[in-house]
Design a protein around this ligand. Sequence first.
Ligand code: SAH
Length: 257
Amino acid sequence: MKRPFGQHFLFDPNILNKIVDCSGVTGKDTVVEIGPGLGRLTGILSERAKKVIAIEFDKRLIERLTDELAERKNVEIVQADALKFPYENIKGRFKVVANIPYYITTPIIFKLLEYKEKMPSMTLLIQKEVAKRITASHGSKDYGVLSITTQLYTEPLIKFTVSRKAFSPPPKVDSAVVHFTVSQKNRYGIKDEKLFLNVVRTAFSQRRKTILNSLKKFKGIKDALDKAGIDPKLRPEVLSIEDFARLSDNIKEVEPQ
Ligand code: SAH
């Protein structure tokens, strides 16, 4: 069978309960679930949350899902693409809890982060390998643009891993549950976030170059490195997010191309 929607369902109640435990969801919370599938996680969420908004893209699943959850009055099932959903229309704040389709992992995280004022946390089951990249610290081989851009607004923590065998049908990779505590503002007091992201992306576009060489396009980079107290011969992966923050705060502007 072709699975264009990244469909790998979970049925083990222990794992499903553990995911909800990690989310910290209580009876006061509105929860958004992305990709409810056959609704097993949705059922548990509906017992513990005030309200669940379940966004499922696959039209073929909607009828089954509606039947499955018919008794659960606090569940709203929406047929939509979670990447295009207007989250701003949700009343009040919401927490996200989901076993997401893996093909949308990074775009959905960044889409949801557009709503960080309304969303105190996300608890997501994702590929283990991506979970490691998201949570990596400087000096690790997994550290890079994804680690820095997610950690700029969130504190991500791997809660536990899930074997591919727990899913039906099993995916080709192992998974991990990551809890993201979301901040409303960037966590490093960075003045110009656009410039910071430009610096980080440019630095990592040539991982093996020294930081001075890869950041040549920024005017006064030598001075900025000096002021930030960063050795210009270092490679980007050894610089912490604080280092990049200090560096970008000391850069004046980008040299016109
Ligand atoms: N949460 C369920 C299913 C996980 S599989 C469980 O744990 O068993 C991922 C689910 O996401 C599938 O139901 C799939 O149809 C749905 N999906 C895929 N792409 C989507 C998108 N863009 N928006 C919303 N749901 C999507």
